[in-house]
Design a protein around this ligand. Structure first.
Ligand SMILES: CC(C)(COP(=O)(O)OP(=O)(O)OC[C@H]1O[C@@H](n2cnc3c(N)ncnc32)[C@H](O)[C@@H]1OP(=O)(O)O)[C@@H](O)C(=O)NCCC(=O)NCCS
Length: 319
């Protein structure tokens, strides 16, 4: 068995098979169009690859995608050394081929391939099938807790200094503090826009509207959010809150934006840096739930990569 990068034609052939796993809400044609649109997005065009595991007879046994994602090592002096990490998505084995270890072999060969990349730091994935399959290939679980907040009526701009619009992604990311850990992933504005592109594709199937804002600022704090997939939720992509009161203002704006756009709730993926304001959320009726799927898992791609248990995996890194 060996690993190859898929051609454009092979990608389209895989779309016809992976529809069974990820086509919900869409017709097969709609799903094929979704895949083409997402692959045409600037982030995917520059940083996405589709990989095939081929048997000795050339048959495709399993497939997945990688998205190159920026990451940083923090030196003892505090400076940041950039490198490449890889988020892995859409691991798939056809039903008739399952249970023969093909997905495991794919993950092992892929890790060996990624380790050879000159600036490789780590691989990241979000498992929908629990941790065991990927733990076999060296991936470690990170915590996966979500906060669900109900929509509230009102003007989203009222509790905050400004609402963010398209074109503000770069400025917003630039305001956010980098995590105080020895190694972390950090997305680009184009990468965050890829999430919003998913929302643009799904919105017509969901009976809600596309939120007109994509985040907010309050004091020195910043939040980015969006409709990003198949559910009518406002997903918080990134949240950097300098104080509990600014966190309350930003999440208050998110709740109002969810209400204005006809969404069912706001979902915040808990990060270690959120600890100071979580008691406040609890007091306001938000609920903390164990995440259903999308379990973040990380695998170093170089010896000695310092993986902190406090490594954040915000929703903005998901693929
Ligand atoms: C998950 C999937 C890729 C596994 O492919 P595979 O080639 O059969 O994988 P392997 O033979 O290497 O390993 C199979 C293991 O995956 C586990 N697995 C498969 N589907 C699972 C599920 N939905 N929940 C939990 N475990 C699952 C099997 O129980 C088995 O575990 P075990 O060997 O410890 O008993 C395949 O079932 C698939 O394509 N599923 C649909 C798409 C999907 O959910 N992909 C994963 C996205 S994170």
């Amino acid at each position: 068995m060996h690993l190859v990068a898929a051609t454009d034609e092979q990608k389209v052939q895989r779309d016809a098979l992976t529809y069974s796993a990820w086509g919900r809400l869409l017709t097969p044609e709609g799903y094929a169009t979704r895949e083409q649109l997402l692959r045409a997005h600037p982030w995917a065009r520059s940083d996405m690859r589709t990989w095939l595991l081929r048997g000795e007879d050339g048959a495709v046994l399993a497939s997945c995608e990688t998205f190159r994602t920026g990451s940083f090592l923090r030196t003892a002096e505090g400076s940041l050394v950039p490198g490449d990490s890889f988020a892995i998505a859409s691991v798939f084995t056809e039903e008739r081929l399952r249970g023969h270890g093909y997905a495991t072999r794919l993950m092992d060969l892929l890790a060996a391939e990624l380790e050879r990349q000159p600036r490789a730091h780590a691989a990241l994935l979000f498992s929908d099938v629990g941790p065991r399959l990927y733990a076999r290939s060296g991936y470690q679980e990170l915590p996966a807790w979500d906060w669900h907040l109900s929509p509230t009526p009102g003007d989203p701009g009222e509790p905050v200094d400004s609402l963010l619009r398209e074109g503000d992604l770069g400025r917003a990311l630039g305001r956010m503090r980098r995590p105080e850990v020895p190694f972390f992933f950090w997305p680009t504005p184009t990468q965050l826009d890829w999430h919003l592109e998913r929302g643009r594709i799904y919105v017509e199937h969901l009976g809600c509207s596309l939120p007109p804002s994509l985040g907010a600022t309050a004091g020195t704090s910043t939040i980015l959010w969006g409709l990003v997939g198949r559910s009518t939720e406002l997903a918080v992509l990134m949240l950097d809150a300098h104080s509990p009161s600014e966190a309350r203002a930003l999440l208050g704006a998110a709740r109002r934006e969810a209400s204005r756009s006809g969404l069912s709730r706001v979902v915040l993926w808990e990060e270690p840096s959120h600890a100071p304001f979580l008691p406040l959320l609890e007091g306001e009726g938000a609920t903390r739930v164990a995440r259903d799927g999308s379990l973040p898992m990380v695998r170093p791609l170089r010896p000695g990569l310092p993986l902190s248990p406090l490594l954040p995996a915000p929703r903005g890194l998901w693929v």
